[in-house]
Design a protein around this ligand. Structure first.
Ligand code: DGY
Length: 348
């Protein structure tokens, strides 16, 4: 699909993206916008090389694509200056290779913070209250009357929520669980971020001034402390070499037998084979997963586990957010072509 065919700058989007604002922004600035409408979900490096062709000023790409040496070399040969990942995470992008070929990289932080945190909260609740299991039970026509033991789950109020990675999304999630469900909080963050600390301190003061019960919170000195103490644990780290299989056989064994583990970050943060085994051995342990180790696949056995709630990487999937991500992604590319600053984490 081509918009503004006579535009001076050729910008490619490897996927159709929600809304039209992003297209209009590019057109207004004299871009020819080419949107790949190829049916297959994941484009290969070869597919993208042929999209880039001989002249391309910038590309908006997706987290399913492998943006390494080969693609940045191809983009640079075609005169490209900018690549924007339509995602906040950019573990699919080799930023060093981009730098080597003089291509600026942008991502889309901010607009997806609350949406992603809301999905982590939804998965926490769905796991705690066994919503998916109960839904399947109803649809199967198995409900034959109220029973005291039917789908008994966990009350979140007064339990402890554990957050690993207290950046934008982890902090927003913690805020929702503390404020919304009056959970106690324990968190661990590698980057000494003070964002969450500021919130819980101010919230504690607010509760005190209203004569309400204070919420207990602490910043843990190790991840294990969170794993040992929390009832619901949500993972929000960046995926890199240090966080690959952060949750493995040993760390799973550290958690409470009835804990809930939620992951809306990146699949490889969890050793999924070890997780499946843990779910089998501990039927009261529950998990809420938005991401998987080898997307779009799941490790054998996961789909059969009743104590797992699984959704297809939809944490940022609200209309407002996805249009915002598309707009930011377009602005990133446009910024570089036009010489404005690029929005994103990778080049700060
Ligand atoms: C991201 O932005 O990194 C998510 O995984 C998709 O929104």
């Amino acid at each position: 699909e081509v918009w503004n065919p006579n535009g001076k700058y050729r910008v490619i989007s490897t996927k159709p993206m929600p809304g039209t604002r992003w297209i209009n922004l590019l057109i207004e600035q004299d871009c020819r916008v080419e949107i790949c409408t190829e049916k297959k979900t994941i484009l290969s490096v070869e597919d993208i090389i042929s999209l880039i062709g001989n002249k391309c000023d910038g590309v908006i790409g997706q987290l399913t694509e492998d943006w390494g040496e080969t693609l940045f070399a191809a983009l640079s040969r075609a005169g490209g200056k900018a690549f924007s990942n339509m995602a906040v995470g950019y573990n699919n992008v080799d930023v060093n290779a981009a730098n080597k070929y003089g291509v600026a990289v942008g991502n889309t932080p901010g607009v997806l913070t609350e949406t992603t945190a809301e999905l982590a909260a939804s998965l926490s609740l769905a796991a705690a209250r066994r919503i998916v299991e109960a839904d399947e039970f109803m649809r199967a026509g198995l409900y034959d009357g109220w029973l005291p033991h039917l789908f008994v789950g966990n009350l979140l109020k007064g339990q402890t929520v554990g957050v690993i990675g207290a950046g934008r999304i982890g902090s927003a999630y913690a805020r929702m669980m503390v404020e919304g469900f009056k959970m106690n909080l324990i968190y661990y963050d590698l980057y000494q971020s003070t964002r969450l600390e500021k919130f819980v301190t101010a919230y504690g003061e607010f509760l005190k001034s209203n004569g309400e019960q204070p919420v207990y919170w602490k910043r843990a000195s190790s991840m294990d402390e969170v794993l040992r103490e929390a009832d619901v644990i949500s993972l929000h780290p960046v995926l890199d070499k240090t966080t690959y299989h952060l949750i493995n056989k040993e760390s799973l064994a550290t958690m409470k037998k009835e804990a809930i583990l939620v992951n809306c970050s990146r699949g490889p943060v969890i050793d999924e084979v070890a997780l499946v085994e843990h779910l089998k051995q501990n039927p009261m342990f529950r998990v809420g997963l938005d991401v998987f180790e080898d997307e779009p696949f799941m490790k054998p056995g996961l789909a059969e586990m009743k104590n797992a709630v699984i959704v297809p990487h939809i944490a940022s999937a609200s209309k407002w957010t996805r249009e915002g991500m598309a707009t930011l992604a377009a602005l990133n590319v446009l910024g570089k072509i036009k010489g404005y600053p690029i929005w994103g984490d990778s080049n700060r």
